[in-house]
Write a protein of this length. Sequence first.
Length: 211
Amino acid sequence: MAGFDTHFTTATVTGIGSIGAGYLLFHLPLEYSYLYLGMAMVGGILPDVDEPNSIPFRTFKYIGAGLGSIALLQLGVKHWSVGIGIGIGLGAYFLLLFLIGFFQSFTRHRGIFHSIPMGVFGGIGLVDIGYYLFHFPVLVSYGIGGFFLVGFFTHLLLDELYSLKIGWDKGISIKKRRSFGTAFKFKSELYPTIFLYSAIGGELFLFMAIG
């Protein structure tokens, strides 16, 4: 299995290359490059949040909850008052910590987080958040979600490649380890899988209305 440094470095390099390709092929606005690359990096390490002792889990548990609470705090201040915004932000922080721990208890390493639908869920969700919550242009919102997918699927691909044992003794021989096939998959545990596909359906409802 590829380690944290390998996943992070590969996602970063792939993200940089994809930014260039996106600019040449789709005229992707380069002033948002920091967001594109950031999303590729996040996607590149996110699948390992299903391992409680991993660097990604410890990082995302608190930073993710913090960023979520800041976003909701800003909305509260904008639409109501500073006091209400702070209350919403603090409540959101502890709620997100609980939800992250709750959802993690239903999965396992190489479980639902190491799956194609999880990447799709994250990608579509980021497009919706970028467009509806932060009011980014349509193309930029697509780019944010798309670069997350680039990083996420890079992670899954690396895990599958590291699940192959290549020998050179008598010509090239390739053997599959037991972990082969546990990353690029469409389902995992029953309840997380049902919840995930239902959530994707809700996201698509908003996604199809963009533009």
